[in-house]
Design a protein around this ligand. Structure first.
Ligand SMILES: *Cc1c(COP(=O)(O)O)cnc(C)c1O
Length: 369
């Protein structure tokens, strides 16, 4: 089976480094917020090109901490996308916000024309959580213009886009804050849950550090009602030792595979992902659109031992958990709906061999609807 994520292959490559990291933490006797977390935060900030990074327990928490640090008040509206991991919206609701959904464009990223119109018509809309979906950077020059024109607070959801950029502007550098996830399937994963917050603002970084640790400003002094959202020392050590040192190589491999797919998948039954030439995607996923009969295509690939996924099969505002909750939907979301009905992700993890990539290409090209 060619899997969407191959943790067996990953372990063969990083296992020794993980054991080294584990040994180091074990011997240190420091399991929470020790030297490894501090080192990782420094390295991540440098890698990301921002002044501060704050480790936390998940991508979901990272987003919630950003929203709370930026002063989101209960009942305030937050513009976001209906096509993402549910965590993007869940964080907004947990922080007390009211999500406002606008449609995506043809690449599945939030439509910035519609976002602009929403900010123009609704003065109550002061927060924006855009998602760099599938590893693909949204137009950061336009995002910066929206930020400046409407004076809005932007939190970039970079969980799928570690290392991506738009015209050499890195994702996460336009918003006041950015959040990412180290969930194992992410481009920079760990071996459990983890996440991080990024900002250039020292006060916001201090606030995020307080919020992740019960809202303490110093030991036993609680200024806020915070979370328990500390990044484990073990996970930080594993990222430091086994994953972060290879991020350039694993990203290059994802890009090479995407290149092969985009050049050689030629069947007219599939639509290849559209990525602007200005976006240097890190290809967290390789999203195809199946013109007809997606389920039959998925079954066909499964029969030929190629694992696939749908990202995402249901619009967030139509999830049961949102029933009776306060939120707004602008328009009918036709593009996002098209993705829920026709999108499919084929394997693009960095441990795929060239033979496996060729096999996936051939299998796709043998599909006719
Ligand atoms: C994975 C993901 C999250 C949530 O991260 P967790 O670490 O699983 O909480 C948020 N947003 C997006 C776009 C994601 O892909």
């Amino acid at each position: 089976m060619i899997r969407l994520n191959d943790f067996g292959a990953q372990w063969r490559e990083v296992g020794d480094a993980v054991l080294t990291a584990t040994d180091r933490v074990g011997k240190s006797g420091q399991y929470i917020l020790g030297a490894e977390v501090v080192t990782l935060e420094k390295r991540l900030a440098i890698f990301w090109g921002r002044l501060h990074s704050v480790g936390c327990a998940s991508g979901l928490d990272a987003l919630e901490i950003c929203l709370r640090a930026l002063g989101l008040r209960p009942g305030q509206k937050v513009l976001t996308t209906p096509l993402s991991a549910f965590a993007t919206t869940l964080a907004i609701i947990r922080a007390g916000g009211v999500p406002v959904f606008v449609d995506v464009d043809g690449s599945g990223l939030i439509d910035l024309d519609q976002a602009e119109e929403a900010f123009d018509t609704d003065q109550e809309l002061r927060f924006f959580v855009p998602v760099h979906l599938y590893g693909n950077a949204i137009n950061l020059e336009r995002l910066a213009k929206l930020r400046d024109r409407f004076n809005i607070k932007i939190i970039e959801d970079c969980a799928q886009a570690i290392g991506a950029s738009w015209c050499n502007i890195p994702v996460g550098s336009v918003g006041s804050m950015a959040a990412t996830s180290f969930y194992p399937t992410k481009n920079l994963g760990c071996m459990g849950d983890g996440g991080a917050v990024f900002t250039d603002d020292e006060d916001l970084a201090r606030l995020a550090k307080s919020l992740r640790n019960y809202g303490q400003s110093s030991k036993y002094v609680h200024e806020y009602l915070g979370l328990n959202s500390r990044l484990d020392e073990l996970q930080a050590a594993i990222i430091n030792e086994a994953f972060l040192p290879h991020i350039e190589r694993t990203t290059a491999r994802r890009r090479a595979i995407a290149q092969m797919y985009s050049s050689h998948i030629t069947t007219p039954s599939l639509t290849l992902p559209t990525v602007s030439i200005d976006s240097n995607s890190v290809w967290h996923l390789y999203p195809l659109l199946v013109k007809k009969e997606r389920q039959r295509f998925q079954d066909f690939l499964a029969l030929h031992n190629v694992d696939t996924g749908f990202h995402y099969p249901k619009l967030i505002p139509e999830q049961t958990a949102l029933l009776g909750k306060s939120f707004f939907v602008i328009g009918d979301l036709p593009n996002a709906r098209l993705f829920t009905e026709t999108q499919i992700s084929i394997p693009i993890h960095p441990y795929l061999t060239d033979d496996e990539v060729s096999y996936v290409i051939d299998t796709c090209n043998r599909w006719c609807d």
